[in-house]
Unconditional design. Structure first.
Length: 335
């Protein structure tokens, strides 16, 4: 009898040990294999974030495919029968919202410190950095008193030909800016009326890349430009460059999404957890002035979102009506 009790006790202990091993978190070095990251982020913060991930998980080999948000999303669609990428890191959430059929749901371990307004309701994407829009200006070309404070101010004819703005048909951030303008008015029709006047003020000068807008203003080729906060803060030490947050603004986040059917799902989820971690969020903020999405990480060197005049941004409309919005933009710019 005693022998039987010992056998049963040993078996129970073994079962508990195996059960514990099954649920225990693996050490960072135990994660192996590959990870393919698609990203439209600027090279420096992108490379820094990936390097930080690899330093923590040294046995995961990471490959980065960098391109524009639209191009990467189309690539995800083209590869949907045989996915080659694992995770899409970056791109405005309003753009990602239009491709949720090609993403898989994932609830990050950091879910509880990310506001619901910065996450997809079905967990198809997770916000990782809110992006307020700004109007950047060159102080040598325009007086502070004449800097536009609202989207309506961009229709001032005195600014004709002096505004750097990218085509929303080619730039994800420019599309978000266009929708922000539309949503700043009581109705979409009134928004288009204002945008039509704004287009006339561009005087046919529309940039192919949003990344050029802040650079052209800094170079003195344009007096003002419409850009994103993370680009404008690069000139914090330049006395000739300033920027303002217009009224009825938006803070659409860059998002991160798990690609449906990806070949390295475990590592992709690990990466999503990492880029939304306090560790990565803090580094991206301190080193690259990217705004953290976590409620427990205070942004350094940036105005609190609570201090900005943020309007209602309709993610669903921006996603489902994108083709019509771009068609209307193209029609207005062709006139």
């Amino acid at each position: 009898m005693k022998k039987l009790v010992k056998i049963l006790a040993f078996a129970l202990a073994a079962m508990m040990l195996l059960s514990g091993a099954a649920i225990a978190e693996k050490a960072p070095e135990e994660y192996t294999g590959s990870l393919v990251v698609y990203s439209p982020h600027d090279a420096d913060p992108l490379n820094a974030g990936v390097a930080q991930f690899q330093a923590k998980y040294p046995n995961i080999k990471v490959e980065v495919i960098a391109a524009g948000t639209g191009e990467l999303c189309q690539r995800v669609v083209a590869e949907s029968e045989n996915p080659q990428g694992d995770v899409l890191w970056g791109g405005g959430a309003d753009t990602l919202a239009g491709y949720t059929n090609y993403f898989a749901p994932y609830v990050s371990v950091n879910d509880d410190v990310i506001a619901e307004s910065f996450k997809d309701a079905a967990d198809m994407w997770i916000g990782e950095s809110p992006l307020p829009m700004v109007i950047i200006y060159n102080k040598t070309l325009i007086d502070e008193a004449d800097v536009p404070k609202t989207w309506d101010d961009l229709t001032n004819e005195a600014l004709k030909g002096k505004i750097a703005y990218a085509s929303p048909a080619k730039s994800g951030s420019a599309y978000t800016q266009l929708c922000t303008m539309l949503f700043s008015k009581p109705t979409i029709e009134e928004g288009w009326d204002m945008v039509g006047k704004f287009i006339a003020n561009l005087d046919g000068k529309i940039q192919d890349s949003s990344g050029n807008c802040h650079k052209l203003v800094a170079a003195g080729e344009y007096a003002i430009g419409v850009t994103i906060e993370k680009s404008a803060v690069l000139y914090a030490d330049n006395p000739d460059i300033g920027y303002i947050y217009p009224a009825a603004n938006s803070a659409v986040p860059d998002g991160v999404a798990l690609i449906k059917g990806c070949p390295n799902e475990e590592n992709a989820k690990l990466f999503i957890d990492f880029v939304t971690s306090a560790e990565c969020q803090t580094s991206q903020n301190v080193d690259w002035a990217r705004r953290p999405v976590r409620s427990d990480v205070e942004p350094q060197g940036l105005v609190a979102l609570s201090e900005l005049d943020l309007g209602d941004y309709d993610f669903a409309y921006a996603a489902t009506e994108k083709e019509n919005i771009i068609d209307t933009w193209n029609d207005l710019t062709a006139q």
